[in-house]
Each structure stands twice: as C-alpha cells, then as structure tokens.
Design a protein around this ligand. Structure first.
Ligand code: PHE
Length: 343
C-alpha cells in the first residue's frame, strides 16, 4: 500500500514546537501525555477518528497517523535520553572533588611530657640492669604503711596526707609498698624500679597535685652499701641531666630505711653557682633514699646478716619540671594543647 511519503500530519509541526520549549524531564513527560496519552492524547484521539472515515480514505490516513506516532515516540525517547544524560553530568559535577583545595591538617599525636621523662628515666635504669615492676594503686594499709615500719599512730603517717578508701584501704601514698610485695615473692638478688602513680590529699598549687608519679628503686644483694646507692644515683643523674652533675647525701629519716638520706643534685641551671631555682644554695633536693631497714628484710624472710640493700623514691613530675624548665606542675595536668605542643 502506497502513501504520499512527504505528507506530514499537521500535529507534527505543533509537536516539534512544543518539544523545543520543553526544559525538563517533567515537562517532557507532560508533553508525552498530551500527545500519546491513551484517552485524551491528541494522537490517540486522531486514531480513534479513523473509524469514521471511508474505507478508501482510511489506509492513507492511518498510515500517516502511525508514522506521526512513531516519529513522536522516537523524538520523545531521544529527548528523554538527552535530559537524563544532562542530569547525570550535573550531578557528577556537584559531587566532584576539587583536588586543588588545601586538605585538613591533622595534628600528629605526641607523647605527654610527663610520660616522656618517665620513659627516659626508666630506660636509664633498665640499661643499668634494673627490672621494671608495678603494683596496685589501691593498696592495703598493711603494704602502704604497716609493713614499712609505719604503724598506726606513727608520726610519719602525718607526713603523707592519705586518701583512705576504707579503714584498711588507701590510694597508695608512695611506690614503696611494691618493695615489700617484690621481696615477699622473690629471693635476692633484687634489682627493680617501680614507676607509677601515687596519691596524696594535698591542696593543688604550683608544686602539688593530688596525683603524681614516683620511681621507686630497690636493690638487695650481698655486700651492698650506701656507696652503691650514691654511685648508682650519681650515674643516673649524670646521664639524665649532664655529665658534670654531682650528687650529695644528707641524713634524713624514713621509717623503712636505716640510715635514711635525702639526695641532692648540683643545680642543673647554675652548675652549683647559686640561682633562683636552687635558692642560691647550688643544690636541688631531689629524692629520699636509704639502706633497707633490717627489720624489713627480716619480715620478708631475708637474712639481714647476709643481705643488705638500698632503696630510693623520686618524683617523676618534679624532675620533668626541672628538665623542661616548667614552673607550674598544674600545666602538666591541664592538657592545654598550646602547652603540650611545645614538647
Ligand atoms: N617513699 C618515700 C616517699 O615517698 C621515699 C623513699 C623511698 C625514701 C625509698 C626512702 C626509701 O617520701
């Protein structure tokens, strides 16, 4: 069946004009409805009218309408594709990453200054052959006091404002209880250090915080003397501060050592000449120490005729203050990054 090939239905031009003004997928779908909608679509209506034509007219008109329908469908789907592609590109562009933007700066984490000195001190002793041990921070009255020759009512208890958890439980006021715990479980020779947190009921100021850190030292063997104590700590401070650091012992009293002493180091700021830090004395008081009391050796089952030993307890925080020339202990605990970044 032949039809005039170039006769185009008048709806075609109208459709083309409409199509050109369409600017979105929604409008496009409206347009599709308007022409191809089953019930009220313009082309559908035309198709329905075919039935009223004469059998002679019907084929040509039908063919013409079908052609129109096909072309309209083709153009609509083509345009739909175009809109979808445009939309995809637009989304891609919005999600795009600008690789030229500067990145976020993440501050690298660092070791807290207190922990740094702690480790540094620990390492020096480890190189000298000391083993690192620890003990409980919640301690019994027995280990914190009694076993260290500090019975209830002893004036030495008043030196350490204790945080009691119950009648017989305390937050340890020093690392010395670990001396007892270690000796109870090991035979001499003993060569340990005990770094850790200790607690005292102190009011907070530039040199006091209710929690601070100590490194306890304990060495027990045959023939150990005060000279060994002095020599060990002298080497330690020469490595920690500088080779010309000197140490001196002054008699002092701690119930668990006999004799007891305090150890001073020559001022690391004025080398002993006298300055503000050492209050013109040339010396800085740094730790308590002494020879382990024979009664304590006996109590843990060591023969005090055969074995002697020395012990010390020193504050890590205090040494950090000196080492970093910080004048207020509180700065170490406030965790202000502006302070911490300096280390
Ligand atoms: N435990 C004592 C204190 O905290 C220090 C010390 C330890 C003294 C060992 C002598 C021997 O003050």
């Amino acid at each position: 069946m032949k039809t005039a090939p170039d006769r185009v239905h008048p709806l075609w031009d109208e459709f083309c004009r409409h199509l050109n003004s369409v600017s979105s997928l929604v409008e496009l779908s409206d347009l599709k409805d308007k022409y191809l909608g089953r019930k009220r679509g313009l082309i559908s209506l035309e198709l329905r009218k075919l039935g009223a034509l004469s059998p002679q007219e019907r084929p040509a008109a039908g063919h013409e309408l079908n052609e129109l329908k096909k072309r309209v469908e083709k153009l609509l789907s083509q345009r739909t594709g175009e809109f979808k592609e445009k939309e995809r590109l637009r989304k891609l562009e919005m999600e795009g990453i600008d690789v030229t933007l500067p990145g976020y700066a993440f501050a690298p984490s660092a070791i807290h200054p207190l922990r740094r000195v702690w480790k540094e001190m620990e390492e020096i002793f480890v190189r000298m052959g000391f083993a690192v041990v620890s003990g409980p921070e919640v301690e019994s009255d027995y280990y914190n006091f009694e076993a260290l020759n500090i019975p209830k009512g002893h004036p030495a208890r008043d030196d350490q404002d204790t945080l009691y958890l119950s009648e017989n439980l305390v937050l340890r006021t020093h690392t010395s209880p670990v001396q007892i715990r270690t000796m109870e479980n090991q035979k001499p020779p003993i060569r340990i250090i005990v770094p850790g947190r200790v607690y005292r009921r102190d009011a907070v100021d530039a040199t006091h915080t209710p929690m601070f850190h100590q490194i306890e030292g304990l060495l027990v063997d045959e023939g150990i003397s005060l000279a060994d104590l002095k020599g060990t700590l002298e080497v330690f401070f020469k490595v920690l501060f500088s080779p010309d650091t000197r140490v001196r012992l002054r008699p002092s009293y701690f119930p668990f050592v006999e004799p007891g002493a305090e150890l001073d180091i020559s001022c690391i700021f004025c080398a002993g000449g006298g300055c503000r830090v050492c209050k013109k004395s040339g010396w800085i008081e740094i730790l308590g120490a002494g020879m382990v009391h024979p009664r304590i050796l006996e109590r843990v089952g060591y023969d005090p005729e055969k074995y002697t030993g020395f012990a010390w307890g020193m504050g890590i925080d205090r040494i950090a203050l000196l080492k970093y020339q910080v004048n207020d202990l509180r700065l170490f605990f406030e965790n202000d990054v502006r302070f911490l970044r300096q280390f």
